[in-house]
Write a protein that binds this ligand. Sequence first.
Ligand SMILES: Cc1ncc(COP(=O)(O)O)c(C=O)c1O
Length: 335
Amino acid sequence: MFDKFPRVRLAHLPTPLEPMPRLTRALNGPQLWVKRDDQTGLATGGNKARKLEFLVGDAVERGADTLITAGAPQSNHSRQTAAAAARMGMRAVLALTGDMPEEWNGNLLLNYLFDAEVRWLGDVSWADLPARLEAIAAGEREAGYEPYVIPLGGSTPIGVLGYVLAMQELVQQMEEAGVTFDRIIIASSSGGTQAGMLIGAEMFGFKGRITAISVAESEKGLRARVSKLVSQTLSLLGRPVKVPGAKIEIVDRYLGEGYAVLGEAEREAITLMAGYEGILVGPVYTGRALAGMIDMIRRGEIAPEETVLFWHTGDTAALFAYARELRRQGVMMAR
Ligand SMILES: Cc1ncc(COP(=O)(O)O)c(C=O)c1O
C-alpha cells in the first residue's frame, strides 16, 4: 500500500525506544519510556525527517530542483528541509516570519550553513503563508527553477505517511521489547504527526491513547486541522481503516505565554529530562509537551499504573537560541 508513494531515504530508522527509569522514579509516576525521533538525523534530528522522506520523494518524482517552505525563525521543519535539500543536491528557499535577527543561532544558523536562501516575511499571519509561498514559487519558476512547495510543518497527506509508518515501527519495537503502552504523549502543532499516528494506530493495532499537547493554539483549531488531515490521508491510502473522532485527544492547557515563549514549566521539564536521563528536549515543542505530561502526572490525570511513551520529536537545535532564558534559571535540581 505504501510502495506506490515515492520515498527517499533520509532518516535514521528505526529510532531507539528506551525506558526512562530515573525520570520515572523522580516523578513517582507511571513507567516512562521515550521514542527517540530526536535521533532521526538531518542535522540534529526531529519529526520532519519522516515526513520529508515522502515529501522529497514526491518532489523528485515531479522533477523539482527547489524546495520551498515556511516557518518561524527557529523552525525545525525549515532546518530539516534545508538539510534534506543539501543531501539531495536541491536548492532550499525558506520563508521565515519576522525580520532577520541580529544573532544567527540554533536552527537559523544551521539554515545558513546548509546554504538555504532565507526570505524574511516580516509581520505575517500563519493564514497568509500559503499565498506567500505560492508567490515565492511563481518567482522561482520565472527564474527558471522547478519549485516544490512544502506547506507549514510538512503537514500534507503525503507528509503524514511518514508517521503512519512510524506506528508500524513502534508496534514492532513494542513486541520486541515486550512492552505495551497505555498512552503516547506528543507535541502537536501543524497536526501531521498526530494525524499519521492516529491512522497508523488503527492500521497496525496500537491500542493505547494518543494524547497530543498543543503547543500553539486552542483545541478547536488544531482538532479541525488534524481531522481534515486524517480524512485526506485516509483518502490517499484508499480508506483502509476508520479513525473515530473520539480518538483525537488534544490538551490545550499548556500554551503558557504563547508559541515559542519559554516559561517556567518548559524550563523545569528541560532540566528534569537532562538531569535524570541525559536527554535534551527543546524549548518550543518537546519541552512544552514534556511539561504538560509532567503536570498531568502530578495532577493524577495520568495514573501511576500506566505505561507511557513520550514520543520525542526533536527541537534540540533550538535550545541554543534560548541560552539566555535557560541560563537565567541555572541548575535547579539535585540528583
Ligand atoms: C520538534 C517538533 N515537535 C513537534 C512538532 C509538531 O509536529 P506537527 O507540526 O506535525 O504537529 C514540530 C513541528 O511543528 C516540531 O518541530
